[in-house]
Design a protein around this ligand. Structure first.
Ligand code: RB5
Length: 143
């Protein structure tokens, strides 16, 4: 499975460590994020990740910024993206089970690296439950 990862300046080191962790578990990682400590604008990396998920270039995405909100707001402008902002394992499970989130967003400045790994594992390990949740996600798109 291919996972695209993007990050702003708040998540360079975390992105690298997370990518190494996921590579060790057999995932193929495609880096859409920043690799420098200088301040960048999160839409510049969020839009390319969203496009890659929508096109199927990658299967899923992970996005990291300080609060997670800049990434989530930008990613969710794309019709094919369901980006879920997560700060706990339970939310990580639920965004896959109920929302079929295809991008996991986490706030680098508010949770530990250990939490980032646990949430990522939880999200990757769950399945979409379909049923009433499919009806709901089918109503998300604006006409
Ligand atoms: C960068 O300082 C910060 O604005 C960014 O990481 C993110 O929190 C935006 O939503």
């Amino acid at each position: 499975m291919k996972i695209g990862i993007c990050n702003d300046h708040s998540g360079v080191e975390i992105k690298n460590k997370l990518a190494e962790y996921l590579t060790g578990k057999g995932y193929e990682i495609v880096n859409f994020g920043s690799d420098i400590p200088d301040s960048i604008d999160y839409p510049d990396v969020a839009h390319p990740l969203a496009t890659a998920v929508e096109s199927g270039e990658v299967d899923l995405g992970i996005a990291l910024c300080g609060t997670g909100n800049g990434m989530a707001i930008t990613l969710n402008k794309h019709q094919g993206i369901r980006a879920g902002l997560c700060w706990s394992v339970e939310i990580g499970e639920l965004i896959k089970q109920h929302n079929n989130a295809n991008v996991l967003v986490m706030p680098t400045r508010f949770i530990s690296f250990e939490a980032i790994l646990e949430i990522t594992d939880a999200w990757l390990g769950e399945e979409f439950q379909g049923g009433r949740h499919l009806n709901r996600i089918n109503k998300i798109a604006c006409r």
